[in-house]
Every structure is written in C-alpha cells, then in structure tokens.
Ligand binder design. Structure first.
Ligand code: ATP
Ligand code: PYR
Ligand code: K
Ligand code: MG
Length: 574
C-alpha cells in the first residue's frame, strides 16, 4: 500500500524550525500525493519557489560545466560508487561504514601505481600532493596514476594539491633524505645557492632577507621545534647557529625564528601567501584537473576570494575546492572570515605548533573544527597523527588517543603526512586511521552521543538547512538505514553531513567531479548517478540499481531529500 502526505505553504521565505515537523499534522494543510508506483512512502513536502541549491551557488557553483563531467556521464544510466565503499557496505552493513574520511600525502614511499592502489584499497579518499617537494613532472605522474586507478579499478580517489607558500624554509639538502644535527654542532644557514653538492653542515634558506632579519641570540626552530639552534654569528649571507636541541633535518623543513620568547615576524610577514611559483603550480593543478587546492599560510579571506575568482575564470565554473590551511597566528585571528570564504579548512598542526605555543594547539584545533561545522565547511585534522609510524609498524598509545580525539570531535577528515609520503609503513598507518575511526564512531553510536546540541543557523539558504536538519533528526529518531540525498552541486549533501546523522548518507551526484569532491565530507557515500527532476522516478531507479548490486534490500528504511524538490520522503525499499 502506498500513501503520502504533502504539506505546502505559499510563502517564499518559509522558515520551518525542525520542531514544527513533529507537531500534529493537523496544523498543516495536507492532501493525498498522487503516486503511481508501489513505493510505500510518506512525503513531507515543503514548497517554496526558490531553488535552494541554486541560491547558494556562489560558494558551490553549478558543476554542469565540469571538465570531468562529460556529457556521456550525464546520459549514462548506471550508478558509480567507489568499490571499497561498496565492499564495506556489503560486508559490514550500512551502519558500520566509516564516516571519517582519510587523506594520504603521496611521496617517494607511495608514488608507484601499486602503492597508490594499495592505499586506495586501504580506504584513502583523497591523495594530497605537497608542492613543496618534487617536480611538476613527478606530481603529474602521480595525478595520472590516481586517475587511471579510478578508471581501471573503480576507485573514486580525489586529488588535493597543497601549495608551497612563501614562508621561510630550508633547501632540499642536495638530494639527501635527511641530515642529522647533533647537540653542540655549529651549522651555517645561508641565503647563498649551491652550484654543486651541499657543503658540510650547511643549509640553504629560501628567504633572501633571512640574514638581515635574524639577530645574534635569536632561536631558530626547524619544523616547529623538532630541531633548535641559537644564532651565534652573522657573516654576510651566512648565519652561524649552534645546535641546542638535536634532531633530523628534513628537506624543505619550515624555519621560524624567535626572540625573547615571541615569534619574529619581520619583513617575511609581508611575503605573499600565494607566491609566483604557487601561481604556476595552481595553473598546473587546473590543467591536471585537481579536485582541491589547499592554500598554505592563509592570512586573510582576501587571498581565498582572489584564488576563487581566478579559478572560476580559468577553470570555467570553479569546480576546484579551495581549502584554507590554518597554520599561522593571522589565520587564527581572522578564522571566521577565512572559513566563510573557503570550501573547507585544514588544521595544519605542524606549522601551527611552530607559530603558537604547543600547548595551545589542541584548543585551536577544537575551535577550528567547531567553526567549520557551524559554517558548514569540511575540516581536516592534519600532521603528526601517527608520526612514530614513519619508523615503526605500531603507533604509540598517545597517537591513537590523538586520532580518537579528532574523530570524537567529528572532524570530516584525517590526514597522513610523512607517515604515507616517506614512512616505512604507509599501509599500516592508514589501517590504524581506519580502524580507530571505525571504533570511535561505533562507540559514539552505541552511546547514542549524536547531536545533543543544536547547530547555529547558517544565514543563507534557511529552507534547505531546515529540511536537512529535520531529515537528519527523523533519520535518528526512526533509526533508518540511510539518508539519500540527490544533489546537483553537493550543497544539500553537505547540509545533511553537517548534522552528523546516526546513519550513512548516500549522496547522488550527476557528475564525477562533484562526486569526488564529496569525498572529503563526513559520512557521505558519494555515488554518480544521472537523475531527473522527478523524485519518484529517481527513487525507483536508485532502488533497482542498488538492489541489483546488493547494496540495499527490500524493507530497508530510507529518508530522502533532494535539492530539486523541497521535501522529505520516508520509505521502505520496495
Ligand atoms: N613529493 C614529495 N617528494 C619527496 N618527499 C616528500 C614529498 N611529499 C612529502 N615528502 C616528505 O614527507 C615529509 C612530510 O610531508 P609533509 O607534506 O607533511 O611535509 P611538510 O613540508 O611538513 O608540510 P607543509 O610544507 O605542508 O607544512 C616531508 O618533510 C618530506 O620529507
Ligand atoms: C600540513 C601542514 O602544512 C602543516 O601541518 O604544517
Ligand atoms: K605545503
Ligand atoms: Mg604547513
């Protein structure tokens, strides 16, 4: 038997608080919704004349112009889903699929086709390329390998390019993987370039003003304090430094200098966030069709807006997501405006811990995660999650606790850096992220800890927001198996993800590029499916495609929303 309820209002600026959906239905006008199929569903339909997703298109532009969204894709009648997710869904059931997304930095340890394939199989959702390292040819090879893997093996790994930025960093150690600085040694930091091999205990520095800006007595921190030096003498372009905390110097490690306990920000504070080399890398990223660009050392929203308009002009529609890396004092000062302007943010704890006292990093992380959630932007927690696994096959207990905390904060994604780029156990590190995420997520569900505190309203697009909040609440209250969201540009899917419902979210996007971008967001299982304005036929089509692949079965309970029709539908799979 099929039945449906529709309630409608002529008001264009309808604001429907979630609680109203639970009032007696008699307070609404409702009538029989004509249905010709055998679907057994209840439809709560809220009608308003504006299309929610199109009204918010400034931050999520239409992706119909996507270079990756070919017309054949849009016409295709099948359904595409990442094979790893499909296997997880079938093996463990809906409830147990992983919600937290995983990012791996690709480096010498993982750039081969087989190594990339192993990471994709291990659950890598996004591959990150750090433009501080490697040549463009090297990065192009990795991007093409990932794309080939996606095509040949059915993965949906997205690519994130991370800019170098123009902060001060060391040179590349003349090809050596690392150099050891011992306590009491004197090293030379110089702005001179080397013609041939690197002179002993000498490090080149990327910033021309370095020798002028530092003073005798300053403390020089490599990689946020992994190795420390004291400036003892300046001789022209050379700065002699005494090692006070020994450790490994890695190629292109960041350098900061401190005076009287404070970070020194001399002329280098005036360096551009996006350097001329970064712009060339960005052009390269556009040409290679990367999915995200992560901008290092963002100081203000202005640079994000600038890059976004450049991308919109250059890549015809701007389907590259811009991620703001929060890793400087300025980015913390201007946090809200930066996040509002971006498509997501990264808690880049490596450099952040070099700019603020280490003991302040956890509070900063919590604040960034919270602001991103409020403003509906995906957030990545990055750096040193499993640092010891660069060398050892098992993590420390403290690292597991750190990963758990990021999952417990319900960040969208966790990122591996050196662990996957140049560590000895990249696959094992990814396995640890995956198993800890799954365990903490399960613990949260068992404890029924999902959303106690209501989310603040985001100012734009209230109708979609209320529909998604209500859909998530209904999904939790009814214990449904999945929320389905049909979304043209991904915005509606992100609104459902923001609610962190207690069940997985099947997000249907009509282009491959939107589908890949949804990879970064909590709980979304992105599918590529061509769909129409007609929700009933979309649902019928989805059910039959998913049933034939064994991904759902008759009787499963589903809540569905879409950005074409302002409605919430609840139904059992026929
Ligand atoms: N493409 C690459 N080629 C060679 N080594 C790499 C590459 N990517 C990363 N690595 C190595 O892995 C380490 C950790 O990678 P990660 O991206 O975190 O570097 P980082 O320089 O600390 O990051 P960021 O510059 O973004 O703050 C690097 O220090 C470098 O030694
Ligand atoms: C990831 C990064 O850039 C950092 O942690 O500094
Ligand atoms: K970088
Ligand atoms: Mg950094």
């Amino acid at each position: 038997m099929s039945h449906s309820i529709q309630f409608s209002t002529p008001s264009r600026t309808l604001h429907l608080p979630p609680s109203r959906l639970h009032r007696p239905l008699s307070s609404f006008s409702f009538r029989q919704f004509p249905l010709t199929s055998t679907l057994n569903y209840t439809s709560l339909r809220v009608r308003a004349s504006s299309s929610p997703d199109s009204s918010s298109s400034s931050s999520s532009p239409s992706l119909l112009h996507s270079p990756n969204g070919t017309p054949s894709e849009e016409r295709s009648s099948g359904i595409d889903v990442d094979i790893v997710t499909e296997a997880e869904l079938k093996e463990n059931g809906f409830r147990s699929t992983r919600r937290t997304k995983l990012i791996c930095t690709i480096g010498p340890a993982t750039c081969g086709f087989e190594q990339l394939s192993a990471l994709a199989e291990g659950g890598m959702n996004v591959a990150r390329l750090n433009m501080c390292h490697g040549t463009r040819d090297w990065h192009r090879d990795v991007i093409r390998s990932v794309r080939r893997l996606n095509e040949e093996k059915g993965f949906a790994v997205a690519i994130m390019m991370d800019t170098e930025g123009s902060e001060i960093h060391m040179g590349d150690l003349g090809g050596e993987a690392s150099a050891k600085a011992e306590d009491g040694e004197v090293w030379t930091f110089t702005v001179r370039a080397f013609d041939s091999s690197r002179p002993q205990r000498t490090i080149s520095v990327s910033y021309d003003g370095f020798a002028e800006d530092v003073r005798v007595g300053d403390e020089l921190l490599v990689d946020g304090g992994m190795v420390r030096f004291e400036v003892i003498e300046k001789i022209g372009p050379d700065v002699k430094c005494l090692c006070t905390d020994p450790g490994l110097l890695l190629p292109r490690a960041n350098l900061t200098f401190w005076r009287d306990g404070s970070l020194v920000r001399e002329r280098n504070a005036m360096l551009p966030t996006i350097s001329s080399k970064d712009w060339l890398d960005i052009d390269f990223g556009i040409a290679e069709g990367v999915d995200f660009i992560a901008v290092s050392f963002v100081k203000s929203a202005e640079v994000i807006n600038h890059l976004k308009s450049y991308l919109a002009a250059r890549s015809g529609g701007g389907d590259i997501g811009v991620i703001a890396k929060i890793e400087s004092i300025d980015s913390l000062t201007n946090l809200e405006e930066i996040i509002l302007a971006s498509d997501g943010a990264m808690v880049a704890r490596g450099d952040l811990g070099a700019q603020i006292p280490l003991e302040q990093v956890p509070a900063a992380q919590q604040r960034i995660v919270k602001v991103c959630r409020e403003l509906n932007k995906p957030v990545i927690v990055a750096s040193q999650l499993l640092e010891s696994m660069i060398e050892y096959p098992t993590p420390t207990r403290a690292e597991v606790a750190d990963v758990s905390e990021a999952v417990r904060q319900r960040s969208d994604a966790l990122m591996l850096s050196g662990e996957s780029a140049m560590g000895q156990f990249p696959d094992k590190a990814l396995t640890v992220l995956r198993s800890v995420s799954l365990r903490i997520e399960r613990w949260w569900r068992e404890e029924k800890r999902y959303e106690a505190t209501p989310l603040q309203a985001i100012s734009s697009d209230k109708i979609s927001e209320e529909i998604c909040n209500s859909a998530a609440k209904m999904a939790n209250n009814l214990g449904v198996d999945a929320v389905f969201v049909y979304t043209k540009n991904g915005h509606m899917a992100s609104l459902v993800s923001r609610c962190r419902p207690d069940c997985p979210i099947f997000a249907f996007a009509s282009t491959t590029s939107v589908r890949r971008r949804l990879n970064l967001q909590w709980g979304l299982i992105p599918f590529r499916l061509s769909f129409s304005e007609d929700m009933e036929s979309n649902l019928n089509k989805t059910f039959s495609l998913l049933k034939s692949r064994g991904m759902i079965k008759s009787g499963d309970l589903v809540v569905a929303v879409s950005d074409m029709l302002q409605s919430i539908q609840v139904m059992n799979v026929p």
